[in-house]
Design a binder for this molecule. Structure first.
Ligand SMILES: Nc1ncnc2c1ncn2[C@@H]1O[C@H](COP(=O)(O)OP(=O)(O)OP(=O)(O)O)[C@@H](O)[C@H]1O
Ligand SMILES: [Mg+2]
Length: 508
């Protein structure tokens, strides 16, 4: 036994001596090169190869990392023995994830692959312009060398596709906002997101069924139109301009679109964007299959500060309550231009993602610059109108469960006669219905009364306005007569002068 310990000690001694000798005799460069060579040799003989997929790639978030995480979460939940569970704020879904430095086996087309989740502490002295997460996270994919082609050609694409599908199907839709005013989060994102839970659908949306059908078909054509857009050489995007009075369902329509297509929403707060390049960066950070929304576009940009039509400047500073001066907007830091906005929607940069929908809303279409309305910019202009009779029937069905046949014929006829004249918004009508939803008869009666009152008020207003117009015309007409007389006289005088001039010319 004593002999064994003696020989072990001497062996260790020899090893330590060799190491010291190696360090003393060989310079660090040579040592490094030797290790590299040994590594190469061992790799040469190994039948495996490895791929690292880090969470942050330089300064950008690596989409592949997120996709792998989501993709693996489904198989992890079944096979994994130690899992990390996460539930995003306000989210209803729990996401399973691999624990730190844990492995999972996956199979694709008969090939077995091994994923390892690696988490290490970031070195504190690492310099970065923006705060980085404390942990460095990444996946390592281990595959047989002979399967490399299959994995690189299709497995990773398959993962991306699957993850997108899962995101659409299982996850809550996300609503992104740029309310941070241009600053980035620790993962380099200018957008903040919350789960999008708006319950509006095309069934709940009260509007003319023919118009609704047209929009639905347009959306379906768009979503299935990859081949068409490719064939025609167009960017795979579409623009909708929703306009109409407040409370007619513009925002509800956007939510219905997102829910119908399963897209995320990027709600772009234009007053938080300072420059065109910031706008472009925001666009670059949006994902495919999304709706990019600019609500109340006439209020987001101050249209009074137009300089010229080709490169229109808007003073965004003024719109922030005068905190930022940005007086003339000409190239200042706090300005975005119309051309910047148009580039955002249909310039070269707008194609940096695909399958995206742009939606602008406004209460005042007449205030918008014609450049925004030109065909090809906003493909479809959708007028969200006051409550019409078909829309009213949808609201009655949704809020009270009343079909056309359930109502008294006379009441129905009265409703039909008065609803257009009343010019009430679907928002107002639905408020009335909610209030009385326990008593259907009462709800219908009160609605009819309210519509009648509104119709009368509108008619009275129209009469008053007509009278005012007439009075104005009457007051202006004698004056206009005078003006005409004066003009005629001055014309005559002018003509006399001209004639004089002419004469003088002739004289010359
Ligand atoms: N066409 C509609 N169908 C069903 N509900 C509607 C419709 N229009 C309005 N509503 C109801 O009124 C509320 C307000 O509507 P919404 O916010 O969509 O109007 P808006 O047109 O976006 O108004 P604003 O111009 O003020 O932004 C919604 O929550 C919804 O319940
Ligand atoms: Mg709205």
């Amino acid at each position: 036994m004593k002999e064994y310990w003696t020989s072990l000690a001497s062996l260790l001694g020899v090893l330590a001596f060799c190491q010291t000798l190696l360090q003393v005799v060989f310079p660090p460069e040579l040592r490094f090169a030797t290790f590299k060579l040994l590594n190469r040799i061992s790799n040469w003989f190994s039948s495996y190869c490895y791929f690292d997929i880090t969470e942050i790639d330089g300064v950008n978030t690596n989409e592949l990392y997120n996709a792998v995480q989501l993709y693996l979460s489904s198989s992890v939940s079944i096979t994994g023995s130690r899992l990390s569970l996460t539930r995003a704020l306000n989210s209803s879904a729990i996401t399973f994830g691999l624990s730190n430095n844990d492995c999972i086996v996956d199979a694709y087309k008969g090939v077995t692959v091994i994923w390892e989740h690696i988490v290490t502490q970031r070195q504190s002295q690492t310099f970065s312009w923006r705060p980085l997460p404390e942990e460095k996270r990444g996946f390592t994919l281990r595959i047989k060398k002979r399967d490399k082609k299959l994995i690189l050609d299709s497995y990773l694409d398959y993962i991306m596709e699957k993850a997108n599908e899962m995101r659409r199907k299982n996850q809550d839709r996300l609503l992104y906002t740029n309310s941070r005013g241009g600053s980035l989060d620790s993962r380099g994102h200018p957008w903040e997101s919350v789960p999008f839970k708006h319950p509006s659908t095309f069934e709940t949306l009260a509007m003319d069924p023919v118009k609704k059908d047209e929009i639905l078909k347009d959306l379906v054509d768009f979503a299935n139109g990859q081949g068409f857009y490719q064939k025609t050489g167009r960017a795979w995007k579409r623009g909708y301009l929703l306009y109409g009075p407040p409370g007619t369902g513009k925002s509800s329509m956007i939510a219905a679109m997102a829910n119908y297509l399963g897209y995320d929403i990027y709600d772009l707060e234009l007053t938080e964007v300072h420059t065109n390049s910031e706008l472009r960066k925001l666009l670059m950070k949006t994902s495919s299959k999304s709706i990019i929304v600019i609500e109340d576009i006439d209020c987001s940009l101050n249209l009074t500060n137009r300089k010229n039509s080709s490169n229109t400047y808007y003073d965004v500073g003024e719109m922030r309550g005068g905190c930022v001066s940005g007086e003339d907007g000409a190239g200042g830091n706090n300005t975005i231009t119309l051309s910047g906005l148009l580039n955002f929607t249909d310039g070269l940069w707008s194609c940096c993602g695909s399958e995206r929908i742009f939606v602008f809303t406004t209460n005042h279409i007449e205030k918008l610059d014609p450049a925004l309305l030109r065909s090809g910019r906003m493909d479809m202009h959708i007028y969200m109108s006051y409550c019409s009779f078909p829309a009213l029937k949808i609201l009655l069905k949704n809020y009270l469960g009343i079909d056309e046949g359930d109502l008294d014929c006379a009441v129905l006829k009265e409703l039909e006669d008065v609803v257009d004249k009343a010019e009430m918004t679907p928002a107002d009508v639905s408020e009335l219905l909610i209030k009385n939803r326990r008593d259907k008869e009462k709800a219908a009666r009160e609605l009819l009364e309210a519509l009648k009152v509104m119709a009368e008020r509108r008619a009275k207003n129209a009469e008053d306005m007509e009278e005012e117009e007439q009075e104005k015309r009457a007051l202006e007409s004698p004056k206009q007569g005078c003006e005409f007389q004066e003009e005629e006289e001055s014309c005559k005088e002018g003509k006399g002068d001209d004639e004089k001039d002419d004469n003088s010319t002739i004289e010359k």
